[in-house]
Design a protein around this ligand. Sequence first.
Ligand code: S3P
Length: 169
Amino acid sequence: MKNIVLIGFMGVGKGSVARAMVKQSAMMALDTDDIIESMENRSVKEIFAQEGEEYFRNLERKTARWLKKKVEGTIISTGGGFFKVPAMKKVGTVVLLTAQFQTIYDRILAHPDADKKLKKRPLFQDIEKARALYDERLSQYLEVADIVIDVSDKEVDKIAREILKKVKK
Ligand code: S3P
């Protein structure tokens, strides 16, 4: 059974959707940032600060190779740049979660832990840079996606149901 890989911009809700999918199915979930943090025993923020972005991207590629070889039938939520690993589609069925940049940003700000959510993301420190990254990646995300789900104004449980239904087809 293929993995279901959730991709999309920072803050779009990949982790929350993965957790809702676990509740609605017999599948388990993994998160690529969590895998990287446990393999390095430090946070993504620390890895970026201490080693730089390219080092982190290498860890993403290593994680992708392991997932391809060893993991199946699992929901995999990913960091926002993970979709650039080679042979992404071989990791599983790729589901893109989309929303407008402003919708994502407003939702982060409305969260009680907004400060923490922004601080832990090195590429979300400067809003204009984050917006430019969003614009640059939009078409790239669409190119790699098998399924596209617009998540604006939808409850996570509904999004999870929609994905599970579409993947089964
Ligand atoms: C990144 C997104 C982050 C994390 C890292 C880089 C990106 O994950 O992997 O900070 O390049 O978009 P989230 O999408 O969970 O914020």
